[in-house]
Design a protein around this ligand. Structure first.
Ligand code: DLL
Length: 447
């Protein structure tokens, strides 16, 4: 639901609200969470030293490691009996990161998701096909509660069983879909394979997030499903989805951060110093209202920049750019820092290839090898007149061998590393089954 009284609050009033909430929150965690009491005591910081939101930089960062060390419930600020729900996000290794919500927190969660869905084009009475995973992941239940709060009809389909999803979309005729961008691509392909044209699909809006994506992916989803897709951003540590969302009438890659609940900063990844608007750095978020497990200055690891320029919609809340990568999914290949999203952005500029790829890293002797398995675009493929791509026909056909060279050269020129390019037929790169798509296969880590 659009909450104009909050979303268009003049900035000085928004800051006054944030100051009041931050003061309360710091006193609250100091009182209730031994971890925060220790952190502040060690720095000789009294909660009363935090007078306004401008003082926030005096507080230390909270990091994922702190959540791991407090596993499972060590950062809860309320007795376990007052926790209404638990979520967790699976780490790449070891134990998951656990988060908890009071009843009141679940209300806030539903409210920010409802606000996000409204910004994305959702309205009461519309039907939402919710293909985010249900379970410990915050996506499914988070979108679900927000959509109910907005007054939508929710279809809790969760991820997977694509054929069944296609059938239910055709039969139920939802206006909106929520899923990962990679799964939206999977669905678009499934419709195409059934010979269903985008105009015949009832969907009008798509709310995509939980993994990084680009404008090329947006185009392919918009065209493939006949929708206007917007970005939804969030993380379980802070609440789940609904920290920020793009406005469906803007769609310039800038998402409004619901600043009355989450205070955003962007800091230098090396020094932790606050960066000016427009400068790319690590997003740091503070929970201003959550009560079960509020985090102060949480180091998200997500790379973005902020702008406080009011957007065309009239909202005054800060906007964040599409996530450019994470400080910790940075790949180091032969000493060069590489972000998968950086490769994806380069691929966008080559119309003969599709935004479906996988990066495979391996080690030959002591040297890193990077292979890019990349699908060619459908129209280009049709023009080739071959049933499928193979090593042989890529070698033999100059259209393919030139394309392969061009992709390799572009990456070498921009990123500075040599990459072996393998061209694939459309539909053969790994696809999302509803969850997050792993685009990088790092075989160097094994053995
Ligand atoms: O992915 C919450 C979510 C669910 C967001 C559904 C949007 C939609 P986690 O599993 O804790 O929570 O993963 C959080 O995913 O720190 C980002 O690195 C990444 N991420 C989430 N949304 C986006 C996005 C959910 N829109 C981590 N663009 C975050 C890029 C995203 N990355």
């Amino acid at each position: 639901m659009f909450q104009p009284e909050l979303e268009t609050l003049p900035r000085h009033q928004l800051e006054a609200l944030q100051s009041e909430r931050l003061r309360e929150q710091v006193a609250y965690v100091y009182e209730r969470v031994p971890f925060y009491r220790r952190m502040l005591d060690e720095r000789g910081l009294e909660p009363s030293a935090i007078k306004s939101i401008q003082d926030i930089h005096k507080l230390p960062f909270t990091r994922k490691q702190d959540l791991r060390e407090a596993y499972p419930f060590g950062l809860f600020a309320v007795p376990r009996e007052q926790i209404a729900r638990i979520h967790a996000s699976s780490g790449t290794t070891g134990k998951p990161t656990v988060v908890g919500y009071t009843k009141g927190d679940l209300e806030i969660f539903a409210e920010v998701v409802a606000r996000s869905l409204a910004a994305a084009g959702g309205r009461p009475g519309m039907m939402l096909h919710n293909a985010y995973g249900y379970g410990l992941f915050t996506g499914g239940l988070g979108l679900h509660a927000g959509a109910e709060k907005l007054g939508m009809t929710v279809v809790p389909i969760s991820g997977g069983m694509t054929e069944r999803q296609v059938m239910l979309i055709q039969d139920f005729k939802p206006e909106m879909i929520a899923c990962t961008p990679s799964y939206a691509q999977t669905l678009a392909e499934a419709f195409r394979a059934r010979g269903v044209a985008p105009e015949e699909i009832s969907l009008k809006y798509a709310v995509l997030g939980a993994e990084p994506w680009t404008e090329a992916v947006r185009r392919s989803v918009d065209e493939g499903l006949g929708v206007a897709s917007t970005n939804i951003y969030g993380l379980s540590e802070i609440i789940g989805p609904g920290v920020a969302n793009e406005d469906v009438n803007e769609r310039e890659g800038l998402s409004y951060i619901w600043e009355d609940h989450f205070y955003p900063e962007v800091v230098d990844p090396e020094t932790g110093e606050p960066l000016p608007e427009g400068k790319l750095g690590v997003l740091v978020l503070t929970n201003l209202t959550k009560k079960a497990m509020p985090l102060l200055r949480y180091w998200t690891g997500d790379l973005t920049f902020l702008t406080r320029e009011p957007g065309p919609s009239g909202r005054t809340h800060a906007r964040m750019a599409q996530i450019r990568g994470r400080t910790d999914d940075m790949l180091i290949v032969r000493g060069v820092n590489v972000y998968p999203t950086q490769i994806e952005a380069l691929l966008q500029e080559i119309p003969e290839v599709a935004p479906h790829y996988q990066i495979v890293l391996s080690r030959q002797g002591t040297l890193d090898e990077m292979e890019l398995k990349l699908e060619v675009a459908e129209p280009f493929f049709r023009g080739l007149g071959v049933p499928a791509l193979s090593e042989e026909n890529v070698e033999a056909d100059p259209r393919l061998s030139h394309l392969r060279e061009r992709v390799g050269r572009k990456i070498k020129d921009h990123v500075g590393i040599s990459v072996r390019v393998t061209l694939l037929s459309p539909g053969t790169a790994p696809r999302s089954e509803g969850g997050k798509l792993r685009r990088v296969l790092d075989l160097r880590k094994q053995g």
